[in-house]
Design a protein around this ligand. Structure first.
Ligand SMILES: Nc1nc2c(ncn2[C@@H]2O[C@H](COP(=O)(O)OP(=O)(O)OP(=O)(O)O)[C@@H](O)[C@H]2O)c(=O)[nH]1
Length: 563
């Protein structure tokens, strides 16, 4: 049983492992590791497992009780059949003996026992005994005893003090008068063989008892019948007892005369009854079947240890339950697999893909949803989410671009504003520090711009600022950045540009401004300072330096470049 239990537990553990492992294996198109069970799967799995366990328990209890009842019924039927066959054999064995007793005791036999003292009668009786003994081979002795203590028997001379009247067979027959006595077992003094004796009273014409006729037969055949074993139930055991519960015949060598009161109390008193009973003989719980043969005063009992019956039943129950448990676990695993494959996996996949879409993953891995309602709904939801999100992403990107442009652009001139120019300057300083890439910074301010505003108005002033920005932007290289530093002040950042190249750019700017037609024919000039960034500079110091140079240009009469 223990081994069976261990095998059962091991198998159950293995199947549970398989069930959990199958979750990860069920992802044929899965690019993502799915080590954990999904919440939905866990819920479904626990519900199906609980249902399976409850079903297993209910089915197991039903099957176990059914198998147990059936096992006990089978054992009872085996006991009944065995008991019946032993009873029939005993009855068949003793029937001719009893018939012989009846015959020899009746006047119809031709032997008139009332004249047993006469020589002729004795000869007749002895002849009759001889014939019967030859006819029925089971007869060991056939003899008659008479009220005067004498004995009539072939081939035996009783001792001189022999008194038939006090012999047990004589007493038994007297006790049973007018019927044949019960079968009385006894051990023969000479052969030591166990014999059974049947006797009947002999009557004279006045119906007065004058003696007893007795037939003794060997019990070997009965003992052999009782000794028959059963392969299925090794402890099966037959015996014969009298109505007091005393064992008369059983298959052992000796005949114990122990009392079996515990059985007798269960056996009904009605004549010739049979049935089942269970009892404890002090050592074992027993199941038994009995058959009363009241004409013999015998009860034939066939008993077996209950443990003998229970053992095969328990084995059958255990193996049946193991099959049921394994079957149920396999069904649970299969249901889990099917649910996972066609219901939970697509939903989990949908959840991941929607998450990926919302997290902004550009390209989703290829995944084919199953061809069922869940698959179709999942596909539709995925597409819907994708569309909505792509639209939102585009809108957001546009807005971000716009925001970035606005935050880096000067509103009036549409060139870079001061914040943008600071970023450009920081980048150039970093590049310079990384690879000594030269760069130069130019700063210029419109001369007497206040007068423009004062003379032509602020609107014209704005137009001049816009035009100037256009002109300068068109003049410098694409790699150079022009920005409005503030008011009428502008900055140009020129990467890969040393002092000389910066001067030439400044001159080009000057020339472009001079040759340009500004609104209202205004003559626009600028004062410009420039510097190449060197190891001695920081961003702050170069800005201060070019500002000073620009100021000096103003001081020295404006419309000039200071390097
Ligand atoms: N129309 C217009 N005028 C501006 C703008 N920003 C600054 N200004 C004007 O630019 C003028 C600058 O004057 P100042 O700082 O005195 O310098 P300036 O008149 O150019 O003289 P110098 O720089 O010494 O040659 C002020 O009148 C400002 O109002 C702008 O965005 N639009």
């Amino acid at each position: 049983m223990r081994t069976l239990n261990r095998i059962g537990q091991f198998s159950i553990r293995m199947i549970f492992k398989q069930i959990l492992a199958s979750e990860a294996d069920n992802q044929p198109n899965s690019p993502l590791p799915m080590k954990k069970l999904s919440k939905l799967h866990r819920q479904i799995f626990s519900i199906t497992t609980i249902l399976a366990l409850v079903t297993i328990v209910i089915i197991s209890v039903c099957i176990a009780s059914l198998l147990y009842t059936q096992g006990i019924d089978n054992a009872e039927s085996v006991l009944r059949n065995k008991n019946r066959s032993v009873t029939a054999l005993i009855e068949g064995y003793v029937a001719p003996l009893r018939k012989a007793v009846e015959y020899t005791s009746s006047p119809a036999s031709g032997a008139d026992h009332s004249h047993y003292r006469e020589q002729e009668t004795q000869e007749k009786i002895l002849k009759l005994f001889e014939v019967l003994q030859n006819t029925i081979p089971n007869i060991h002795y056939i003899f008659s005893g008479y009220e005067d203590g004498s004995l009539l028997i072939n081939n035996y001379t009783p001792p001189s003090d022999f008194n038939a009247v006090i012999r047990p067979w004589y007493q038994a027959a007297i006790k049973s008068h007018p019927l044949i006595s019960d079968g009385v077992p006894y051990q023969d003094i000479n052969s030591k063989k166990w014999l059974v004796s049947f006797g009947k009273t002999l009557l004279n014409a006045e119906k007065k008892i004058i003696g007893v006729i007795s037939i003794d037969a060997g019990m070997d055949a009965i003992v052999r019948a009782l000794a028959v074993k059963d392969e299925k139930y090794p402890t099966i055991y037959n015996f014969v007892m009298d109505t007091e519960g005393k064992i008369l015949i059983h298959p052992d060598e000796t005949l114990p005369d122990t009392l079996h009161q515990e059985i007798i109390s269960h056996i009904p008193k009605e004549m010739n009854t049979s049935g089942s009973l269970s009892y404890n003989n002090g050592e074992h719980n027993k199941l038994a079947h009995f058959n009363r043969i009241d004409e013999l005063g015998w009860i034939v009992v066939t008993e077996v240890n209950l443990s003998d019956i229970r053992q095969p039943i328990v084995k059958t129950i255990a193996s049946t339950l193991l099959v049921i448990v394994l079957g149920s676990l396999f069904t649970t695993w299969f249901m889990s697999y099917v649910l996972s494959r066609y219901l939970i996996l697509p939903l989990k996949r949908l959840q991941q893909r929607v998450q990926e879409i919302t997290e902004g993953k550009d390209e989703l891995d290829k995944y084919e949803f199953p061809n069922n309602e869940i698959g179709k709904i999942s596909e539709a939801i995925e597409k819907l989410t994708e569309k909505a999100l792509i639209k939102k992403n585009i809108e957001l990107k546009d807005k971000n671009t716009l925001l970035s442009t606005i935050s880096h652009t000067d509103q009036l001139t549409s060139i870079a504003n001061r914040r943008k120019m600071m970023e450009v300057l920081h980048t150039e300083v970093s590049n310079y520090q990384l690879g000594h890439r030269p760069f130069s910074v130019l700063m210029f301010d419109i001369d007497h711009f206040k007068r423009v505003n004062d003379t032509f108005g602020h609107e014209v002033g704005d137009q001049v600022l816009r035009r100037l920005a256009q002109v300068v932007k068109a003049t410098i290289r694409d790699t150079d950045t022009l920005g409005r530093w503030g008011g009428e002040e502008f900055v140009i950042v020129c990467p890969n540009t040393d002092q000389n190249m910066a001067l030439s750019i400044a001159e080009k700017v000057f020339s472009a401004i001079h040759s340009n037609n500004f609104p209202m024919q205004i003559n626009v000039t600028v004062s410009l300072g420039l510097s190449e960034f060197t190891n001695n500079h920081s961003l702050e110091s170069i800005l201060v330096e070019i500002d000073r140079k620009m100021y000096r240009a103003k001081q020295l009469g404006r419309n000039q470049i200071q390097t």
